[in-house]
Design a protein around this ligand. Structure first.
Ligand code: ATP
Ligand code: MG
Length: 572
C-alpha cells in the first residue's frame, strides 16, 4: 500500500471531547471518526486493525471447533418476551417498530436468537455438542456512552454459544473457550488476566471475565501475587476483619449537626474511620435494603443483592423510599430497627466484630457512640453477610498471599448459562433413552472493537500508538526521506517489493511531505518498524530500521532488510 493513496486523515489537535488516550489517539491518527455519541466509523487504518483482531478470533474459534454463522441483527420481540428479557433488559435495549407496528430490537446479544435457531434443528443427543459463533455489530443504549470504542452504543462483538447434553459437556466447552480466549488475547499482545466474575442478570453458574490491565479500565480487580487467584472485586470474597475486643460502654447519643457523612462525623468526634459504621440504602426488587459496613470499608452492591436474593442490580433508594420505611438519610444505623416485608437490614460480617463504634442515631443531626453490634442490633432479625468490597489490605482467599488491586478493561467474558434459555425457549433434545432434556448452554463474548482500544490504552507514549505487531494496521512503514529523489524511491521500491513477497504487511510512505512530518505520522500511527531510506545510508547500500517500541535504531544492508525485518517482527 502507498501512503499517498491511503485515506488516513490525521489531526494535530487532541479532540476536546475525547476522554481517554485510546480515543484521542485513534481520532488523531485517523483510525476512527465519531458520528454521534457512542457511534463511530472505522477508517482504513482502524478497519485493518479490526480485521486483524477478527482474523485471530476466527482462527482460534475454528481451532476450538466452533463454527461461524451469521444471524440477523434485527430481532423480533417475541423471542425476548418468551425468555422474559424483553422487560428485564430495560433501557439498554434499542427498540424499534416495523411498518406494521411489530416490535423489534437491535441485538444487544443473541442468546434468544441462537436458542430459537438451534431448537428447530437439533433434536437428538447425537447432534450435540455444537458451538456456533458470529462476529457482528451489537447495539446497547448505554446509560453513559464514553471512552470512545470502549463503551459505545454500536460495537463489534464476537459472540459464541455452546450446546451440550449435560453439565460435564458444558464444562468441556467452557474450558475450550477459556483456552481459546487465552490464546486470542495473548496473540493480540495484551497484558490481561482472566478473573472470576459475577453471573449477574444473565443467569447461570460460572463465569470469567478477561481483563486487560489498564488505568482507563472501568472494572476493579484484585489478584494474588502468590497464586493464580484473580477476581472482579464485585465477587472477591473478603475475610472477616476482627477488632481488638473491648468492654462494652454505654450507648449514648451525641449531637452531630450537619454531619451526614461518616467522614464528617469521624472528623467532628475525632474518631478513626474503623471505629464508625456507615449505612448505604438500596432499592432491590421493590424492597428497601439497608446495608451496613465499617466506616473504612466500601459496600459491595452485588454482594448485597445476593444477600437478599435480589433478581436485579441494586439501585440507590430514593428519599421517598427512605421515608416510607422511616429512615433519616445521613443518620442511619440498625440500632432499634426491625426488618419487614419491604425492608431488609444487611450487616457486613466485619461490622459484627467491632466494639464501641459510632453510627447514626436514626434521627436528624444525631449519632450514637459506643454501639456494640452484638449487643445493640437485633441479631436474629438482620442478615449478616460478607458485603464489603475486598481490598488490597485483605489476604488472598485461596492461599493467604498478598493481594494487588488493578483497573481492568473487560475485553471478553465466558459464561456457563446452564438451562436458563433452553428451558424458557423449549430447546430440548432426546437423550439416549429417548427422553427430552433441555440443552445445557454456554455463551462467550469478545468485544472486538473494545480490544482494539484496550491495546492502545496499554501501548502508547507521548508521540502516539505503539502497536503489538499482530494487530498493527501495517507492520512496517518505509519512509524515503525525500520522495522526489529517484534514487531513494528506487531503493524504497525494491525494499517494498521484497517485503511484500515475504508477506510483511508494509506501507510505503511515498508522500512528498517533509521527512519530519512523515516521522511524526509514523510515530502517531504506531507502526512497529520504520525503515528510513536516506541519501547517506543508501550510498552505502544500507538503511536504518527503527523499532517503535524501544526507539532503538539498527543499520542494515539493503539486501538483508527483509530477513532482518522478519526477524525483528517476531518479537514485537
Ligand atoms: P460491561 O460490563 O463493560 O458493560 P458487559 O459485561 O455488559 O460489559 P457482555 O455482555 O459480557 O458485556 O459482552 C461481551 C463483550 O462485549 C464484553 O466483554 C465487552 O468486551 C464488549 N462490550 C460490551 N459492551 C460494550 C460497549 N458498550 N462497547 C464496546 N464493547 C462492549
Ligand atoms: Mg461481560
Amino acid at each position: 500500500m502507498l501512503a499517498s493513496k491511503l485515506y488516513a486523515p490525521t489531526l494535530r489537535e487532541v479532540p476536546a471531547d475525547a476522554d481517554v488516550v485510546s480515543q484521542q489517539l485513534m481520532l488523531r491518527a485517523g483510525f476512527i471518526r465519531k458520528t454521534a455519541s457512542g457511534l463511530y466509523s472505522f477508517l482504513p487504518l482502524g478497519w485493518r486493525s479490526i480485521k486483524k483482531i477478527e482474523a485471530i478470533v476466527r482462527e482460534e474459534m475454528d481451532r476450538a471447533n466452533a463454527q461461524e454463522i451469521m444471524m440477523p441483527i434485527l430481532q423480533p420481540a417475541e423471542i425476548w418476551k418468551d425468555s422474559g428479557r424483553w422487560k428485564a433488559y430495560g433501557a439498554e435495549m434499542m427498540r424499534i417498530h416495523d411498518r406494521h407496528e411489530n416490535e423489534y430490537c437491535l441485538g444487544p446479544t443473541h442468546e434468544e436468537m441462537i436458542t430459537t435457531l438451534v431448537k428447530n434443528e437439533i433434536n437428538s443427543y447425537r447432534q450435540l455438542p455444537v458451538n456456533l459463533y458470529q462476529i457482528q455489530s451489537k447495539f446497547r443504549d448505554e446509560r453513559r456512552p464514553r471512552y470512545g470504542l470502549m463503551r459505545s452504543r454500536e460495537f463489534i462483538m464476537k459472540d459464541a454459544y455452546s450446546f451440550d447434553i449435560d453439565e460435564k459437556g458444558l464444562d468441556e466447552s467452557y474450558k475450550s473457550m477459556y483456552d481459546a480466549y487465552m490464546n486470542i488475547f495473548n496473540r493480540c499482545g495484551l497484558t490481561f488476566r482472566p478473573v472470576e466474575a459475577d453471573s449477574g442478570a444473565i443467569g447461570g453458574s460460572g463465569t470469567h471475565e478477561f481483563m486487560a490491565i489498564a488505568d482507563a479500565g472501568e472494572a476493579d480487580i484484585v489478584y494474588c501475587t502468590a497464586c493464580d487467584y484473580a477476581a472482579n472485586i464485585e465477587i472477591g470474597k473478603p475475610g472477616i476483619m476482627k477488632q481488638d475486643e473491648e468492654a462494652y460502654k454505654n450507648l449514648e447519643t451525641v449531637d452531630t449537626p450537619h454531619a451526614s457523612t461518616i467522614e464528617a462525623v469521624a472528623d467532628m468526634l475525632n474518631l478513626p474511620l474503623e471505629k464508625t459504621i456507615k449505612a448505604v440504602v438500596f432499592s432491590i426488587d421493590g424492597k428497601v435494603v439497608l446495608a451496613i459496613v465499617r466506616g473504612d470499608h466500601e459496600v459491595n452492591e452485588i454482594a448485597v443483592q445476593h444477600a437478599v436474593l435480589g433478581t436485579v442490580e441494586p439501585e440507590m433508594a430514593t428519599p421517598e423510599e427512605l421515608e416510607k420505611v422511616g429512615l433519616t438519610a445521613g443518620f442511619i444505623s440498625p440500632v432499634g430497627l426491625h426488618q419487614s416485608d419491604d425492608f431488609a437490614i444487611v450487616v457486613d460480617e466485619s461490622v459484627m466484630e467491632t466494639y464501641n463504634v459510632c453510627g447514626g442515631a436514626n434521627k436528624k443531626d444525631a449519632h450514637y457512640i459506643n454501639i456494640n453490634p452484638k449487643r445493640d442490633f437485633d441479631v436474629d432479625d438482620i442478615i449478616i453477610a460478607p458485603i464489603r468490597l475486598i481490598t488490597d489490605d485483605d489476604v488472598c482467599p485461596c492461599c493467604g498471599g498478598t493481594l494487588e488491586h488493578a483497573k481492568g478493561i473487560e475485553v471478553g467474558q465466558v459464561f456457563k448459562l446452564g438451562t436458563k434459555y433452553s428451558e424458557a425457549l423449549q430447546a430440548t433434545f432426546l437423550d439416549q433413552n429417548g427422553r427430552p432434556n433441555p440443552m445445557v448452554m454456554g455463551c462467550y463474548g469478545i468485544g472486538v472493537s473494545r480490544t482494539l482500544a484496550a491495546a492502545i490504552e496499554q501501548y502508547h507514549d507521548e508521540n502516539g500508538i505503539i502497536w503489538p505487531r499482530a494487530i498493527a494496521p501495517f507492520e512496517t512503514v518505509i519512509v524515503p526521506i525525500n520522495a522526489k529523489d529517484s534514487v531513494l524511491m528506487e531503493a524504497s521500491q525494491r525494499i517494498y517489493d521484497s517485503l511484500q513477497q515475504a508477506d510483511v504487511d508494509v506501507l510505503l510512505d511515498d508522500r512528498k511531505d517533509r521527512a519530519g512530518v512523515k516521522f511524526k505520522d509514523a510515530d502517531l500511527i504506531g507502526y512497529p518498524l520504520r525503515i528510513t531510506v536516506s541519501k547517506s545510508t543508501v550510498e552505502r547500500d544500507e538503511v536504518e530500521i527503527q523499532i517503535r517500541k524501544s526507539g532503538e535504531t539498527i543499520t542494515c544492508a539493503i539486501d538483508m532488510v527483509t530477513s532482518k525485518v522478519t526477524e525483528l517482527l517476531q518479537n514485537l
